[in-house]
Ligand binder design. Sequence first.
Ligand SMILES: *[C@@H]1O[C@H](CO)[C@@H](O)[C@H](O)[C@H]1NC(C)=O
Ligand SMILES: *[C@@H]1O[C@H](CO)[C@@H](O)[C@H](O)[C@H]1NC(C)=O
Ligand SMILES: *[C@@H]1O[C@H](CO)[C@@H](O)[C@H](O)[C@H]1NC(C)=O
Ligand SMILES: *[C@@H]1O[C@H](CO)[C@@H](O)[C@H](O)[C@H]1NC(C)=O
Ligand SMILES: *[C@@H]1O[C@H](CO)[C@@H](O)[C@H](O)[C@H]1NC(C)=O
Ligand SMILES: *[C@@H]1O[C@H](CO)[C@@H](O)[C@H](O)[C@H]1NC(C)=O
Length: 367
Amino acid sequence: MELLRDTRRMTGISCVVCLLTLSYIHTLTEADTEASCVVLKSCILPCSFQGGAEVVVHWFQGTGKTPVHSYYHNQDQLARQDQRFRGRTSLFKDQISRGNASLQLTGVEVQDRGRYNCHTSTISGNKDSFINLKVDAPVAEVDIQKVENRITCSSEGIYPEPELTWSTSPPSSVTFKNTTTVRETEQQLYNISGSLILSDSGTDVAYSCNISTRRNKRRATLRHPPPIIASSTDTTIPCSVSDTSLMVFSLVWRFNHSQIILNQAGANVSHSVSEEWRQQVKGVSESGGLMLQDLSWKQEGMYTCELSNPEETYVTNTFLRIEKVSRTGVTGIIVAVVVGVIVVVLLTGLILYCKSKRRGTRPEMVL
Ligand SMILES: *[C@@H]1O[C@H](CO)[C@@H](O)[C@H](O)[C@H]1NC(C)=O
Ligand SMILES: *[C@@H]1O[C@H](CO)[C@@H](O)[C@H](O)[C@H]1NC(C)=O
Ligand SMILES: *[C@@H]1O[C@H](CO)[C@@H](O)[C@H](O)[C@H]1NC(C)=O
Ligand SMILES: *[C@@H]1O[C@H](CO)[C@@H](O)[C@H](O)[C@H]1NC(C)=O
Ligand SMILES: *[C@@H]1O[C@H](CO)[C@@H](O)[C@H](O)[C@H]1NC(C)=O
Ligand SMILES: *[C@@H]1O[C@H](CO)[C@@H](O)[C@H](O)[C@H]1NC(C)=O
């Protein structure tokens, strides 16, 4: 009996503790407003209060005692401001009297993340609000390239820590030797880089690298179709992307991994061709293919097509071999030179022959 009552009492106590904890957690979560910012951009930390006379506003980060921003006597009071926030904070002055104490923060850094306290006071009372600031640095660009039998994929300035995964199309059961390196920068951002060693680079497989973080993900795909052999002075190098919705975004064609041939910023936007390629570029096909003309051996090399939209980048490296064009060209020149030389020799011979013949015949005619 005694034991039973004891157990009951204990259950009762733990229930009260449990309820207290729950309500405490509840008030905590209820009090915190969530705000989300992107690194280097600006954002607003919301805070409102019952407006009134003699407004005092203090913003603090975490448990810090140094204000992020202060306002009283109808003006900003920044003498004691935390130096990390110098020149990056402002209030909406015209709205303070109406109860808006929201803080605008510019040039957001990863270090700005965390809990903020907005303390306001007027003659009618005080108020403390808590704002939880989440900071993200989304994956911006993913660079993918192949050197010999190694494909590398990388991206920089990401927060929180990103993940990198590989896939192939068509799906391959082969497990590749892959390594991923993540480095943290001084700004607490992450640089990520992964590489894949191919055992057989002969087949036409598309390799995709997927980099993801809390806010977004981006995928970069690399393809190496078989070389194209140009047997006339005109040819079209396809961009080899089946998904034409990608054409709504940007297209770049490069030569030998460096020289830019042309750029197109969107589907209905006209492309711009670089000066050196004006003569060779005839246009861009609907699916992004590069239409070339007036080809000579100088245009033999690697053509890279890069199509991107906000989620994906497709890189296709196609080698263009100039075959008959260059050969007929060279043979043509040789034939022309040979024919020219023969003609000159024959003409000279003929003239000399005629002259000597005339010299020899003249006296006869006189006779
Ligand atoms: C305060 O004013 C700014 C600027 O007009 C506005 O963007 C923000 O939503 C306002 N915040 C509140 C809590 O009223
Ligand atoms: C990459 O390596 C990890 C372990 O190191 C492995 O689990 C994964 O399957 C590999 N990915 C591919 C595509 O081979
Ligand atoms: C991260 O990438 C940036 C941009 O390329 C570079 O300047 C920086 O040195 C890199 N940081 C680390 C720690 O690798
Ligand atoms: C990329 O990786 C993320 C997380 O690992 C996953 O959720 C997503 O489905 C992947 N996307 C693709 C296209 O593979
Ligand atoms: C591009 O133009 C075509 C017709 O000229 C139109 O149907 C299409 O909606 C346009 N696309 C964009 C993205 O503006
Ligand atoms: C382009 O690359 C190919 C193959 O590497 C090379 O033969 C050619 O000379 C390069 N052309 C130019 C203009 O650099």
